[in-house]
Design a protein around this ligand. Structure first.
Ligand SMILES: [Zn+2]
Length: 269
C-alpha cells in the first residue's frame, strides 16, 4: 500500500512523526546567571571563508576572494576587538576552512576562544545520506582537533538545518550542544523522537545573523542593503530584550562582514 502523496492526505500519524523527530524539550533558562549578571551574551562567528563558494561546486575567483577576505581582514579585526574587551567567543569552522588556514585556528584557540563544528565544506548536511553525514561530522571533528588541539564539543550545522539523522549522530559523538535551531529565545534540551537527548540547543535566529543584512548574490534575487546603523539598532533591541527578560542574547556573525562593521563602528560596545 503506497502512502498518499499530498500533505493534506497524510494521516495524522505521519505528520506527527515528522514534527516529533526533533523538538524543543525542557527550557534551560537559568533562574539566575553567574555573578549576578542580568543576561548572557553569546557571540559567535562562522568562519565560512571560501567554503561558501565551494560547497555548491562554485569556482568563482571573485567569490573565493571574498572568502579570503574573511581570513586576511575579518578574523584579525574580530580577534583584536575581542581581545580589547576581554570577551571570549565561539568560532564555527568548516574543516576545509581550518585546512586552508590552520594558523588562524591556532591563533583563535590560543586566544581562548572556542572552535566548534560547522560541516566539512559547508555542505548542506540536511540532504546527505546518513552514512555520508556521519563520516563528514567525524572527519571534521578529527580535523579541528588535530589543527586546534581540542576536540570540538558543539556544532552549528551549515545552513541551520538537520537531516533526520543529525541529532542522533551528534549524540553519538558526545557533542554537548547544537546552535542551529529556532524553537525558543532561551536555551533548551533537544528531544529526539520525543525523548530527551542530553544535547543542549543554543537557539539562533535569522534576525540576529549579519548574513541576512550584508550578503548579496549578483545573479540571484539576494541584494539586501540594510544600513549598518539599522542592523546595529536591530541587534541592540535584541540585546535590550534579553536584558529585560534575563535571557540570552545570541549573535551570529561572519568574518567577511567585518568590513561593514568597520564602517559603522557597530563593534564598539
Ligand atoms: Zn556558515
Amino acid at each position: 500500500m503506497s502512502a498518499p502523496q499530498e500533505p493534506w492526505q497524510w494521516p495524522e500519524e505521519h505528520w506527527r512523526g515528522l514534527v516529533n523527530r526533533v523538538r524543543a524539550g525542557r527550557s534551560l533558562k537559568p533562574r539566575q546567571w553567574p555573578q549576578g549578571a542580568r543576561c548572557a551574551v553569546a557571540l559567535s562567528f562562522d568562519s565560512d571563508h571560501e567554503t561558501n563558494e565551494l560547497r555548491e561546486g562554485g569556482e568563482s575567483i571573485g567569490r573565493l576572494s571574498q572568502g579570503q577576505y574573511g581570513n586576511r581582514q575579518g578574523i584579525p579585526r574580530i580577534l583584536e576587538i575581542l581581545r580589547r574587551h576581554s570577551v571570549p567567543a565561539s568560532f564555527f569552522v568548516p574543516a576545509v576552512s581550518a585546512l586552508l588556514y590552520p594558523e588562524e585556528q591556532r591563533r583563535i584557540a590560543g586566544e581562548g576562544h572556542e572552535i566548534a563544528l560547522h560541516g566539512w565544506i559547508h555542505e548542506r548536511n540536511a540532504v546527505l545520506p546518513e552514512a555520508a553525514e556521519r563520516e563528514l561530522m567525524l572527519r571534521s571533528a578529527d580535523t579541528l582537533e588535530r589543527i586546534a588541539g581540542t576536540r570540538p564539543v558543539g556544532i552549528r550545522t551549515p545552513s541551520w538545518d538537520f537531516s533526520p539523522a543529525t541529532l542522533a549522530i551528534a549524540r553519538e559523538m558526545g557533542l554537548q550542544y547544537d546552535s542551529s535551531l529556532m524553537a525558543d529565545v532561551d536555551c533548551y534540551e533537544l528531544l529526539l523522537d520525543g525523548q530527551p537527548s542530553g544535547v543542549v540547543e543554543l537557539p539562533v535566529e535569522w534576525i540576529r545573523d549579519d548574513a541576512v543584512y550584508f550578503n548579496m548574490n549578483r545573479f540571484a534575487g539576494l541584494r539586501p542593503c540594510t544600513p549598518p546603523a539599522d542592523v546595529f539598532d536591530i541587534f541592540r533591541r535584541e540585546l535590550d530584550a534579553a536584558y529585560r527578560e534575563g535571557g540570552i542574547f545570541q549573535l551570529t556573525l561572519h568574518p567577511p562582514s567585518a568590513a561593514t562593521a568597520r564602517a559603522s563602528g557597530s563593534w564598539r560596545s
